[in-house]
Design a binder for this molecule. Structure first.
Ligand SMILES: Cc1cc2nc3c(=O)[nH]c(=O)nc-3n(C[C@H](O)[C@H](O)[C@H](O)COP(=O)(O)O)c2cc1C
Length: 376
C-alpha cells in the first residue's frame, strides 16, 4: 500500500483535497471526509498571513476545524517573510493546526501584478526567506508548499523552487503542472511532476492538475512517480470522488460511486445544511451553496429554469421542495465525470515593472498583494 508521510502524519491513501478558496471550508471538508471514511488529507482554503496575524473576523472563521478533523491542515498565503513567520508562530503557539501549506500558485492578475502568488517564486531569494521564516517558526509542524511550474514557458521556476524548498526544510511539495500564463487552460503537464520528483528525491512530491476521476489519480502516480495526488476541481459538486479515490487505492476501484439524482439531491441538502451550521445562519448557508448547484447537477436533465431556481433559493425547505419536483430516478449521467470548474486559459501574466530582470535581486512585495482571496 502506498503511503504518504507529511512529517508526523501518515496519509493513506496518498490523496489530498486541493485548497480552493471559497470551497474547501470546514463543511466541504467534512463532506469529503464522510465519503472517504476520514482517509486522506483535506487542506483549508487559503488564509492570508496578514489577515491572520490581525485576527480578522472572517479569517478566524475560515481557520475553523470540525472537532474530528485530524490532521488540521491550513494553507497560508503571504508575501512578506516576517508576516509569514508571525502567522506560523501564531498557529503553533495557539495550536490552530497540525500542518501548514504555503501557497505560491495564485495566477490572479491583481496578485501577480504586485509580485505575489505565482509571480513570487521567480524571486529566488524572497522565496527562500519566506520558506526559512515559515519553517523556522513552525516548531514540530510540517510545512509544505504548493506551486505552479512558473510564470510562463520562458520563465519556469519549479525546479529551482524545489531545491530551495529542500534546502530550507520544507516537508513536501505539491506541483500544479501549469504555468501562471496557462491559468486553467490546456492540460496539466504531468511530465513536470516527474521532473520535480527526480529533482527533489529527498521529500514527497504531490502531483496536481486534471485528476477528474480516481483512475486519473492512479495513472498520475504511475506515470510520474509522485508520492501522492492533490485533487481540486474534480470534486466540485462531487465530494464522493474521495470515496472513489479510497476505493482506487484500496480495492482496485471495486466501489466507485455513480449516484442517482436522488442521492445527489441528498448530498446537496447536506452540504447546504453544513454550510448553514458553519455560518450560523440557514439562509447564509443556502446562499453560499448556490455556487455549487451547477456542479452538482451537471449532466442531469433538470432544465435551465430549475437550475436557475435552485441557484436563487435561500432556505433548505425551498431547496428541498424544488429538488423533490425533479425526476430523481435519473442515473449518473455519462460524461459528468469530465472537466468541471474553471477551465479557461490566459496568455499574459501581469507583473510589476522590471520583475523579470533579475531572479536573484532582493525583491520585496507590497502587502496589498495579499488582498485578493480567490486562490490558486
Ligand atoms: C475555485 C478555485 C479556488 C482555488 N483556490 C486555491 C487556493 O486557495 N490555494 C491554492 O493553492 N490553490 C487554489 N486553487 C488551485 C487548486 O488548488 C488546484 O491547484 C488547481 O485547481 C488544479 O488542480 P485540479 O486540476 O485538480 O483542479 C483554486 C482552484 C479553484 C478552481
Amino acid at each position: 500500500m502506498t503511503q504518504l508521510q507529511i512529517g508526523p502524519h501518515s496519509v493513506q491513501p496518498p490523496v489530498v483535497l486541493a485548497p480552493m478558496a471559497g470551497i474547501t471550508n470546514a463543511p466541504f471538508r467534512t463532506l469529503c471526509r464522510e465519503f472517504s471514511g476520514g482517509k486522506g488529507l483535506f487542506v483549508s482554503e487559503m488564509i492570508t498571513t496578514r489577515a491572520l496575524v490581525e485576527r480578522d473576523a472572517k479569517t478566524m472563521r475560515l481557520i475553523h476545524f470540525d472537532g474530528t478533523e485530524k490532521p488540521r491542515s491550513i494553507q497560508l498565503y503571504g508575501v512578506d517573510p516576517v508576516t509569514v513567520g508571525r502567522a506560523v508562530r501564531m498557529i503553533v503557539d495557539e495550536d490552530l493546526a497540525d500542518h501548514i501549506d504555503l501557497n505560491f500558485g495564485c495566477p490572479v492578475p491583481k496578485v501577480t501584478r504586485k509580485g505575489g502568488g505565482s509571480a513570487l517564486p521567480f524571486k529566488r531569494n524572497l522565496l527562500r526567506s519566506i520558506l526559512r521564516e515559515a519553517v523556522g517558526n513552525a516548531g514540530a509542524l510540517p510545512v509544505t508548499m504548493k506551486m505552479r511550474k512558473g510564470i510562463d514557458d520562458d520563465h519556469i521556476t519549479y525546479l529551482d523552487a524545489g531545491r530551495i524548498a529542500v534546502e530550507e526544510g520544507v516537508t513536501a511539495i505539491a506541483l500544479h503542472g501549469r504555468t501562471a500564463a496557462q491559468h486553467y487552460g490546456g492540460t496539466a503537464d504531468w511530465d513536470a511532476i516527474a521532473r520535480l520528483k527526480e529533482t527533489v528525491p529527498e521529500i514527497p512530491v504531490l502531483g496536481n492538475g486534471d485528476i477528474w476521476s480516481a483512475d486519473d489519480a492512479l495513472r498520475m502516480m504511475r506515470e510520474t512517480g509522485c508520492d501522492g495526488v492533490v485533487v481540486g476541481r474534480g470534486c466540485l459538486g462531487r465530494p464522493w470522488l474521495f470515496g472513489d479515490l479510497v476505493s482506487a487505492f484500496e480495492d482496485g476501484g471495486a466501489s466507485y460511486a455513480a449516484p442517482t439524482l436522488k442521492e445527489v439531491a441528498r448530498v446537496m441538502l447536506r452540504h447546504a445544511e453544513l454550510l448553514g451550521e458553519w455560518l450560523e445562519s440557514e439562509e447564509r448557508g443556502v446562499i453560499d451553496f448556490r455556487k455549487h448547484v451547477a456542479w452538482y447537477t451537471k449532466g442531469f436533465s433538470i432544465g435551465s429554469d430549475m437550475r436557475r431556481k435552485l441557484a436563487i433559493t435561500s432556505s433548505l425547505g425551498e431547496m428541498d421542495a424544488l429538488l423533490s419536483e425533479l425526476d430523481l430516478d435519473q442515473s449518473w449521467p455519462a460524461g459528468a465525470d469530465g472537466p468541471r470548474g474553471r477551465t479557461s486559459g490566459r496568455n499574459r501574466v501581469v507583473l510589476p515593472d522590471g520583475w523579470l530582470n533579475d531572479p536573484y535581486d532582493c525583491a520585496a512585495v507590497s502587502a496589498d498583494a495579499e488582498l485578493d482571496t480567490s486562490g490558486g
